[in-house]
Design a binder for this molecule. Structure first.
Ligand SMILES: Cc1cc2nc3c(=O)[nH]c(=O)nc-3n(C[C@H](O)[C@H](O)[C@H](O)COP(=O)(O)O)c2cc1C
Length: 264
C-alpha cells in the first residue's frame, strides 16, 4: 500500500484474538528483523513468538491505563544507549518493523516500558533487559477492522504542524503544492506517538525542511515519537522521487529541540 494511504488509515489495536500468528508470518517477520539488523548497528531486536511470558510478566506494569496489552507475539527493541540519537533510532527502526508487520495484515500496538523496573526487564528479556524501553505486540485484532477511520485518535491539522521559515508562520496550500509536499504533510500528521502527543513541527525553508520537537517533561519519549515521524517522512519522500535522509542537528532552542534537516 502507498505509504500516504497506509499512514492515514493505520491505527493501534489493543485487543487481540486468542489466535497465533501463522508460521509463514512469523518467519517473514524474522526475516524483516534480519534485514533491518543488517542496515543498522544502532538497535537490536528480540522476538517472542509465544507472548504469554511477556504479557504475564508486564501485567500491571505497562500497557494501556495500567492494563497490559495481551498479544499473541511481541518484538522488543534493545536500545544502544541513552543518547538522544538512540531514542530517535528506537522510534525510527521499531516503526519501520511495525509497518512491515501491519502490511502482513496483522494488527499491532506499541507498548512503553521505560518505567518498568530493571529486575522485571532482566527476567523477561535477559541481561540486556534494562535497555528495552519499548515492545510491539501484534496478532489478529478483535472486532474492529484494522483500517476503520472512526477508531483512529484525533490529530493536529496540517497548519498546526507545518510552517514556513519559522514555527508560527503560515505556509499556504499553494506553496506546499508547488514544492510537491502537500500529500506528505497531509499524511505525516497521522504518525503514531505516545499518548498521541504529536511533538513534531516542520519548517519549510526554500528547499530544506527542518524538523523540531516540542520539549516536554519527558523528552526521551518525544524523541522516540520524532524517530517515528522521521521514518514516515523519508518513506513518503521516496514516493515523490526524493531518496534523501534526515541530517541530524540536535540543537536546543529553549522551547524546541531542533532535530534534523531534510534537503529536497
Ligand atoms: C513511541 C510510542 C509509544 C506508545 N506507547 C503506548 C503504550 O504504552 N500503550 C498504549 O496503549 N499505546 C501506546 N502507543 C500507541 C499510541 O497511544 C497511539 O499510537 C496514539 O494514541 C495514536 O493512536 P492510533 O495509533 O490509534 O492512531 C504508543 C505509540 C508510540 C509511537
Amino acid at each position: 500500500m502507498v505509504m500516504t494511504n497506509f499512514l492515514q488509515k493505520r491505527k493501534s489495536v489493543r485487543d487481540f484474538k486468542n489466535k497465533s500468528v501463522s508460521r509463514f508470518n512469523i518467519e517473514t517477520i524474522k526475516s524483516f528483523i534480519d534485514e533491518i539488523s543488517e542496515e543498522t548497528n544502532n538497535v537490536g531486536f528480540k522476538f517472542y513468538e509465544n507472548g504469554s511470558i511477556i504479557s504475564k510478566g508486564l501485567q500491571g506494569k505497562a500497557g494501556y491505563h495500567g492494563v497490559m496489552i495481551e498479544a499473541p507475539s511481541y518484538v522488543a527493541l534493545i536500545q544502544k544507549d541513552n543518547s538522544e540519537e538512540s531514542y530517535i533510532n528506537t522510534g525510527y527502526y521499531l516503526e519501520k518493523l511495525n509497518t512491515q508487520i501491519v502490511n502482513l495484515d496483522l494488527d499491532s500496538c506499541w507498548i512503553t516500558l521505560d518505567e518498568v523496573d530493571d529486575e522485571t526487564k532482566k527476567q523477561l528479556f535477559g541481561e540486556e533487559g534494562p535497555k528495552v524501553n519499548y515492545v510491539i505486540g501484534f496478532g489478529h485484532g478483535v472486532g474492529k477492522k484494522l483500517f476503520t477511520p472512526e477508531t483512529t485518535s484525533g490529530r493536529y491539522s496540517r497548519d498546526e504542524i507545518v510552517f514556513k521559515n519559522e514555527i508560527g508562520e503560515n505556509i499556504s496550500e499553494e506553496e506546499l503544492e508547488n514544492l510537491g509536499l502537500i500529500e506528505i504533510f497531509s499524511s505525516i500528521r497521522y504518525a503514531p506517538s505516545h499518548m498521541n502527543t504529536q511533538p513534531w513541527r516542520f519548517v519549510v525553508k526554500e528547499h530544506e525542511i527542518y524538523l523540531f520537537m516540542i520539549k516536554s517533561d519527558n523528552n526521551s519519549r518525544s524523541l522516540v515519537d520524532i524517530g517515528v515521524s522521521m521514518f514516515y517522512f523519508e518513506e513518503m519522500a521516496k514516493t515523490i522521487g526524493r531518496y534523501g535522509k534526515w541530517d541530524i542537528i540536535l540543537k536546543d532552542n529553549s522551547e524546541y529541540l531542533e532535530i534534523a534537516k531534510f534537503t529536497m
